[in-house]
Design a protein around this ligand. Structure first.
Ligand code: ZN
Length: 269
């Protein structure tokens, strides 16, 4: 687990930044002077690349909600032939001039001496993928700090649960997590409601409040952090199930149903 008080450095070869005036987290995977752009929001990815004099080799989209792709026109104006890596279900959301390269479950995309491994993770969005690079998991809006993405509708709850519990929750090792948004404070407030006696949640929430008061960004998190504080990865914990019971939220004792009860509760917050 990372120390909640001392910001973690995060993985090598990744630049992480918030799009100004938004809570959208953006990433550039870097290898030498080459960059792979993840989920461009507004003009900020383009500006960042140009400032550093880096050459983009592609755009990788975790999914195609507007706030993850509205930077594409800026980038494609500057580099019209840049490949845009995306799941087929997202293509209708993209500008028609985008040169799309379709990704599906198990695909490997070589970049910077690593294979980026693609897993389909629908639920929040039908085109959602998560992408693993050894020590890094690009989770987009599947998982957030102490939270998870909202299902695309009631009939997407099972997909959402599977994507969070299996695709992210059962990932091997202890990768750094690249979230699509910074929702840490809201997530931790909900987590504390579910598990009021969880000391890790209290420590992370206190550190997040301190950072927010000082205008400092949230640090990187590892999967092991989320396993200790994120209720959506803790569906088997008796304390999480007790939290649901205390709140008068009915559930069947399966991880999927506990997940669904938590997700519905969170959506009502
Ligand atoms: Zn989003």
């Amino acid at each position: 687990m990372t120390d909640p008080q001392r910001p973690a450095e995060g993985p090598a070869g990744v630049e992480r930044f918030l799009s100004p005036g938004t809570d959208n987290e953006q990433y550039l995977l870097i290898a030498g002077d080459e960059a792979l752009i993840v989920d461009p929001r507004g003009a900020s990815s383009l500006r960042r690349l140009q400032r550093a004099g880096r050459r983009p080799v592609g755009v990788l989209l975790t999914h195609t909600h507007w706030d993850h792709i509205d930077g594409l026109p800026y980038i494609l104006t500057a580099w019209p032939d840049l490949p845009v890596y995306v799941h087929a279900a997202g293509v209708p959301d993209l500008p028609p001039e985008a040169r799309t390269v379709l990704l599906t479950d198990g695909d490997r995309l070589p970049f910077g001496g690593h294979d980026l491994v693609v897993r389909e993770a629908p639920g929040h969005h039908p085109a959602h993928i998560v992408v693993r690079r050894d020590d890094l998991l690009l989770v987009g809006d599947v998982l957030f700090a102490a939270g998870c993405g909202r299902p695309a509708g009631a009939d997407h709850m099972l997909d959402t649960a599977r994507s969070v519990l299996q695709i992210v929750g059962e990932a091997e090792g202890d990768p750094w997590l690249a979230f699509g948004h910074d929702y840490a404070r809201e997530g931790l407030a909900f987590a504390a409601l579910v598990e009021p006696d969880n000391a890790d949640i209290a420590a992370f929430a206190a550190a997040a409040a301190e950072r927010a008061a000082e205008g400092r960004p949230e640090p990187w998190r590892r999967l092991s952090d989320e396993r200790r504080v994120n209720p959506f990865l803790r569906t088997a914990e008796p304390t999480v199930r007790e939290g649901l019971q205390r709140a008068g939220r009915p559930f069947d004792p399966t991880d999927t149903d506990v997940f669904a009860a938590l997700r519905r509760w969170r959506s009502e917050q």
